[in-house]
Design a protein around this ligand. Structure first.
Ligand SMILES: Cc1cc2nc3c(=O)[nH]c(=O)nc-3n(C[C@H](O)[C@H](O)[C@H](O)COP(=O)(O)O)c2cc1C
Length: 322
């Protein structure tokens, strides 16, 4: 069911990629995603090289299914991470926001690694296609973490039209409705981030899971204060106070003292915030990764039947309520 071209390319049962999420995931989580039939993606941004090696090994111990390693193209460590992936026999790599520079894509491809860059525009997608990427993730500005300027709905069809490669839609997907919408836009699958934080297996502290359950679609904002590039984070008290102070003309020193951390170290109401998205308002429960994935696939089947009924006219008689 819902077998698309990326299921063959990546060796997965369902066309769902888990977005790499630094700080709230680990090998156990990634293995759970892969075991549930999707592509688990190991985030590396907060790890030292020896930790990455350990996490890759631990993931392999916990699943015999494919998984990917995420490389974040920021700073000088990027090339080294790519080399480490090669030496550890990684078979699939996703790259986060930022430019996965040509030499790195080339290095990964030379070692037979399937390369999946996350891009914010059709222009970037075309360039990465030329450089040899295998699958493109088109990520709209609704997404958690680093974001571009175009939202998912206009972005995905334009990337689909621009490239020949399979396109995966990301940014704002959390349930069966989004999954079907992505396929309707011509995507070969979805990448889901934030929804996976509210699972039993995510390593996010209970306080963060609770915050996601209690946040609405309005409680996010985009800020460059964390990495110098736009990052979508939860708009909590700390973030709101910082932005008010900034708008009120606070000095650099004052702002530095009150700058929230984009971290998982707790204190979400006071000192820190965390990348998360506009889908928070539709996340209402904490479930296991398998329950989440099975629910999306089952729900998508029901939605497709309903749409089919609509297209044949039978739904008007059967269900005129929605
Ligand atoms: C807490 C958090 C941490 C993230 N860390 C990374 C990361 O390390 N590397 C990366 O490529 N993307 C990262 N992302 C982006 C996700 O991989 C994914 O593309 C995004 O969350 C998709 O949007 P969604 O949250 O609306 O599903 C992060 C997102 C969140 C919410």
């Amino acid at each position: 069911m819902f077998h698309t071209v990326i299921c063959d390319t990546l060796g997965i049962k369902y066309p769902i990629l888990q977005g790499a999420m630094s700080g709230v995931t680990d090998a156990r989580f990634v293995a759970a995603v892969s075991n549930a039939g999707c592509l688990g993606v190991l985030a590396t941004a907060y790890y030292r090289p020896e930790q990455i090696r350990d996490e890759i090994k631990r993931t392999r111990d916990l699943t015999d299914k494919p998984f990917a390693v995420n490389l974040v193209p920021m700073g000088p460590g990027f090339q080294k991470m790519a080399e480490l992936s090669v030496s550890e026999g990684v078979t699939i790599a996703t790259t986060g926001r930022g430019d996965p520079r040509t030499p790195v894509v080339k290095l990964l491809k030379e070692h037979g690694i399937t390369v999946i860059p996350v891009v914010p525009t059709a222009r970037h997608a075309l360039r990465l296609e030329e450089e040899g990427a295998d699958v493109i993730v088109a990520s709209g500005c609704e997404a958690g973490g680093h974001v571009g300027k175009v939202s998912t709905l206009p972005l995905v069809p334009q990337v689909v039209d621009a490239v020949k490669l399979p396109v995966v839609a990301a940014g704002g997907f959390a349930d069966a409705r989004g999954f079907v919408a992505a396929l309707a836009m011509g995507a070969a699958g979805v990448q889901i981030g934030t929804r996976f934080i509210a699972t039993d297996e995510s390593t996010a502290p209970p306080e963060l899971k609770e915050l996601i359950l209690n946040s609405s679609e309005e409680q996010t904002t985009v800020s460059t204060i964390f990495t110098g590039k736009p990052v979508r984070v939860i708009l909590n008290e700390a973030m709101r106070e910082y932005m008010e102070a900034e708008a009120g003309g606070a000095s650099e020193e004052e702002l530095r003292a009150m700058k929230p951390r984009n971290s998982v170290d707790g204190g979400y109401r006071q000192g820190s915030t965390m990348a998360a998205v506009q889908v928070c308002g539709m996340i209402n429960d904490i479930v296991s990764v398998k329950e989440l994935v099975d629910g999306i696939i089952a729900g998508a089947g029901e939605i497709c039947s309903k749409i089919h009924s609509l297209s044949t006219g039978s739904a008007v008689r059967a269900d005129s309520s929605r």
